[in-house]
Design a protein around this ligand. Structure first.
Ligand code: ASP
Length: 448
């Protein structure tokens, strides 16, 4: 009998989770309280089991991130031996990230202005408004509970970057939300190692190469559990999705999905085809495991080990490029998130009848671009950025609408995370090609 491929197992797990989650959602929900669903005893038990399995899988993936990211960047840069190669890679990477995020935001902005999901016949959607008015405190409370006491003024944008420089180097190795500082310390270490000589440099390089190999190996082991983990994550999401609210927000939901899919299925393939001159389909195929993992975990950071493995082993990009482009991209380059922030803010303004002049929309675009850089690669992280933007634009009463959006956030988060991860990987291909690498050749792509 032919062996079933790992990605097929993941796909099977997703379909089974969709069915099981759907049944629980249909049969175990006692009441739909608006922002939260209330389950009967069986539902509560099953959802907590799914949550347990999903969290365990996410933790296993996250566990590998710090050693993997740190050692990859250090080995990648120190291995270059000279700083000019690194500077060239850096400029190309930043240019690619800024350009694709801006394109994504403009797609979102165009669709949300054309379709106006928050309006009916040019006026704010009354059904959505009354849903919010009836549960205003509950929805606003949801947002505050999620974002904690983050300040929302421009200081918050500054603080996103302040996180980059830790007071103590070991802080960078702490929580996952410290990815920016981890990257910063890794960059400094890698560059510093180019300048030290003798046995110290050799010893450090050997050590980090070993750590990197080990982290990749552990990632491979973790992937054996992916179908179980993915089942837990997707089953939990589907059981907890408030379908009546999705219906209420159908137009908004549709605009976000359409914009994300245009970016994923039209813009990215065009970039791959015209700029990198590779077959886009071949790249989708190479990234299948990473796309499925991003979709089910809603976390670019947790997916990073899989993305790195896929870009190296399936697409054939060098260690040098993947080590630099992907860890940076997982935090800094979030096309789907930037697009989503822009659509969400515009939708909130439409529902509340807030006039968005050209100048204000320009501010939204700029802030979406900036904040998407600082957003952590974890589920629902863009909520913080959206709250910062509406606050700075000055939309009164926005928090309750954001709370309503939170009720349908997960499926959209899954999609935008897949877009974020795919864009990072396309960055890897574009840059690898520009460095003269032979990526996505037929031989490599035939591997399972
Ligand atoms: N979940 C997204 C990611 O990890 C971030 C977000 O848009 O909330 O890429």
């Amino acid at each position: 009998m032919r062996k079933i491929k790992p990605w097929v197992w993941i796909l099977i797990a997703m379909v089974v989770a969709l069915i099981v989650g759907g049944i629980i959602n249909k049969t175990c929900v006692v009441s739909d309280k608006g922002a939260d669903l209330e389950f009967n005893q069986t539902g509560t038990t099953l959802v907590s089991i799914f949550d347990y399995i999903g969290t365990l899988f996410m933790n296993l993936l996250k566990m590998v991130i710090v050693p993997l990211v740190f050692s990859s960047i250090v080995v990648g840069i120190a291995g270059l031996g000279k700083t000019d190669g690194f500077a060239r890679l850096g400029v190309k990477t930043v240019a690619y990230y800024a350009m694709t995020s801006l394109i994504a935001i403009l797609i979102g902005l165009t669709l949300v202005n054309l379709i106006q999901p928050g309006l009916v016949d040019g006026k704010p959607n009354e059904a959505i408004k009354s849903q919010i008015e009836s549960k205003e405190a509950e929805y606003s409370g949801k947002v505050s509970a999620k974002i904690g006491d983050t300040s929302k003024d421009m200081g918050a944008v500054r603080d996103l970057f302040l996180r980059m420089v830790p007071q103590n180097v070991f802080e960078a190795f702490g929580a996952n939300n410290k990815m920016l500082s981890l990257i910063f310390v890794a960059l400094l270490t890698g560059i510093g190692m180019i300048f030290i000589s003798g046995s110290g440099r050799g010893a450090l390089l050997g050590f980090f190469e070993g750590v990197n190999e080990l982290a990749m190996l552990i990632t491979n082991w973790v992937m054996f559990l992916a179908p179980i983990g993915v089942f837990g994550l997707v089953a939990e999401t589907v059981s907890q999705t408030g379908f009546p609210i999705i219906q209420l927000l159908a137009k908004y939901f549709g605009v976000v999905l359409a914009a994300l899919l245009i970016h994923l299925l039209v813009v990215m393939p065009l970039i791959l085809f015209f700029i990198a001159k590779v077959n886009p389909w071949r790249h989708f195929w190479a990234m299948r495991n990473a796309l499925l993992t991003a979709f089910s975990t809603s976390s670019s950071s947790a997916t990073l080990p899989i993305t790195m493995r896929a870009l190296r082993e399936k697409a054939g990009a060098s260690k040098r490029v993947t080590s630099f482009v992907l860890p940076l991209g997982a935090t800094v380059n979030m096309d789907g998130t930037a697009l989503y922030e822009c659509v969400a803010v515009m939708f909130v303004a439409q529902v509340l009848g807030f006039d968005m002049s050209f100048g204000v929309q320009f501010t939204v675009v700029t802030l979406a671009l900036l904040t998407s850089i600082g957003v952590a690669g974890v589920p629902s992280a863009s909520l913080v950025a959206i709250t910062i933007i509406v606050y700075n634009v000055g939309i009164p009463g926005a928090e309750a609408v954001i709370g309503l959006l939170l009720a349908v956030d997960r499926p959209l988060d899954m999609t935008r995370t897949a877009v974020n991860v795919f864009s990072d990987s396309c960055g890897g291909i574009v840059i690898a090609k520009s460095e003269g690498e032979d990526v996505l050749s037929i031989k490599r792509n035939e591997a399972p």
